[in-house]
Design a protein. Structure first.
Length: 156
């Protein structure tokens, strides 16, 4: 029998990279479309209280957030709890104006469905939270949600 030998026996074929730019752009486009940008930065420290009965909000576009807690920069703002509306500190008196501005951003149908979510630090005293709730009542923002973290079954 005759032996046949190949020339360049150990050389590997080159991998075609012609479709690589297409794949990269498809991935880039996918992540650009599916990524949700953070709309607000927190100016206050918040450690949410824990709860057992937790429900997720269904339509997050109808939710406006009020954060209450100790400021991140205590050297500038002190250590007393502060109210944060959007990206700025506010007082209780400014809540009704903020609610009307948030309602103006919504369509006519959704204005009655607006929910105000209170993100309150667990160490904050209830007095400031009661003041905020009273201001929300005066502004006719009656749908209020309290943000919490869920207690897992094995933590009980």
């Amino acid at each position: 029998m005759a032996k046949f030998s190949r020339k360049g026996k150990n050389k590997l074929q080159a991998i075609s990279t012609a479709s690589l730019p297409d794949i990269v752009f498809m991935l880039l486009f996918f992540f650009m479309v599916t990524t949700v940008m953070k709309d607000q930065s927190s100016l206050v420290k918040i450690k949410l209280p824990r709860a057992t009965e937790v429900k997720k909000l269904e339509n997050r576009s109808l939710v406006s957030h009020i954060r209450i807690g100790t400021p991140q920069q205590t050297s500038l703002y002190g250590s007393d709890p502060r109210i944060q509306l959007n990206d700025a500190f506010a007082t209780v008196e400014g809540i009704s104006e903020w609610v009307s501005a948030e309602r103006e951003k919504l369509s006519e149908v959704d204005k009655t469905k607006m929910t105000v979510s209170l993100k309150v630090d667990q160490d904050t005293e209830m007095g400031i939270v009661s003041d905020v709730k009273q201001a929300l009542r005066k502004a006719s923002a009656l749908k209020i949600n309290y943000s919490t973290t869920k207690i897992l079954a094995y933590e009980n």
